[in-house]
Design a protein around this ligand. Structure first.
Ligand SMILES: [Fe+2]
Length: 135
């Protein structure tokens, strides 16, 4: 599977959020790498847990910022986060059952969810934060 290549099209213009998105993409790329080698099942579940934890912290940062500046589309944005949280918990549990690679459907879900979320959903607040002068 091809890794995600970060480029400027992923930038939402807020430094802290961009940094967190890069970290998340880094974790996904690490998981994609791990499909090329047989690795410890513990590493897989640890990495998935890391992803869930990191994503959760990131959503908090983002939601905090969106609330602080009264982003009009906050509710529907938050719903996307809730959906991701729910799915990540489910598949972290599944994967804890000693798999040596991340099942391709999980990896595809992670990759597609984040690329789509950043480029389509998060990108909607880019102009909003530019207007509020949040960098
Ligand atoms: Fe988001």
């Amino acid at each position: 599977m091809e890794k995600i290549n970060w480029d400027d099209s992923f930038s939402v213009g807020v430094k802290k959020i961009d940094e967190q998105h890069r970290q998340i993409i880094g974790i996904i790329n690490k998981l994609i790498d791990s499909t090329n080698a047989s690795v410890d099942s513990e590493l897989i579940s640890d990495t998935l847990m890391e992803m869930a934890q990191y994503a959760s912290d990131h959503f908090e940062t983002e939601e905090h910022l969106l609330t602080e500046y009264k982003y009009p589309d906050y509710k529907s944005h938050k719903d996307h986060h809730i959906e991701f949280r729910k799915n990540t918990v489910n598949f972290s549990m599944d994967t804890l059952k000693y798999k040596r690679t991340v099942p391709v459907e999980i990896l595809t879900y992670l990759k597609e969810w984040w690329v789509n979320h950043i480029l389509k959903i998060d990108m909607k607040y880019k102009a909003f934060f530019v207007e509020k002068d949040v960098k």
